[in-house]
Design a binder for this molecule. Structure first.
Ligand SMILES: N[C@@H](CCC(=O)N[C@@H](CS)C(=O)NCC(=O)O)C(=O)O
Length: 205
């Protein structure tokens, strides 16, 4: 079996790279430039059905959706390491936070990045930026409240849910609005995640 990740710096492929490292799997990295013209090219579209990263291959099988891929890897190749079983008492919380990182906060933080970094300044709209800040802040207030008395989002143990949330928080950081959006517990939580060797490797590449 060959696990191959098409990885582009600063994008959601970091989640998959980070999980591959944390799970101790063998894998190949295929570097992809962050180039929106390339993402729309027929060559890239032949690999990526919606023109996005990550794209991941397990042998011949192609998968997209970063959170689905990290869950797949843990279940299929790491005996559920960093995941939870339906019989675990925190199974519901695990699934909630695993998906909140992309489905919950993801759309708002993506809009925030569009309005602070991705779009050329002449295409940015201040009301959209303010809306994205308010909605991201609303999601991050839930994270802040839920981190009370905890090292990681489920408690004392790091899990895939932290990988999912950690990438969303990274986008808040690089938007330049972190001071305005993240509470003190969430800032410390992100620093704890960012100190992990696997994060350092995945986010540096
Ligand atoms: N929900 C998808 C989102 C994928 C996505 O939006 N990727 C961004 C980078 S983080 C992308 O490829 N953007 C390129 C573009 O929109 O042109 C996932 O989690 O994998």
């Amino acid at each position: 079996m060959t696990l191959k990740l098409y990885h582009c710096p600063r994008t959601r492929s970091i989640r998959v790279y980070w999980a591959l490292e944390e799970l101790g799997l063998d894998y190949e990295i295929e570097p992809v430039p962050f180039d929106r013209a390339w993402f729309r090219s027929p060559e890239w579209r032949a690999l990526s059905p919606v023109g996005k990263v990550p794209v991941f291959f397990d042998g011949e099988e192609r998968l997209i959706e970063s959170v689905a891929v990290i869950h797949y890897l843990a279940e299929k190749y790491a005996e559920g390491k960093l995941a939870r079983r339906p019989t675990d008492s925190d199974y519901g919380q695990f699934l909630q936070w695993l998906h909140f990182g992309e489905a919950g906060v993801g759309p708002y933080v993506t809009m925030l990045i569009a309005q602070t970094r991705l779009l050329p300044p002449e295409q940015r709209l201040e009301p959209m930026k303010q809306w994205a800040i308010a909605e991201t802040k609303n999601c991050c207030a839930f994270i802040e409240q839920s981190l009370e008395g905890k090292q990681f989002i489920l408690g004392d143990e790091f899990s895939l849910a932290d990988i999912s949330l950690g990438y969303a928080l990274y986008l808040v950081k690089i938007s330049g609005e972190a001071q305005n959006i993240l509470g003190p517990r969430t800032q410390e939580y992100f620093a704890r995640l960012a100190a992990r060797p696997a994060w350092k490797k995945a986010s540096a590449a």
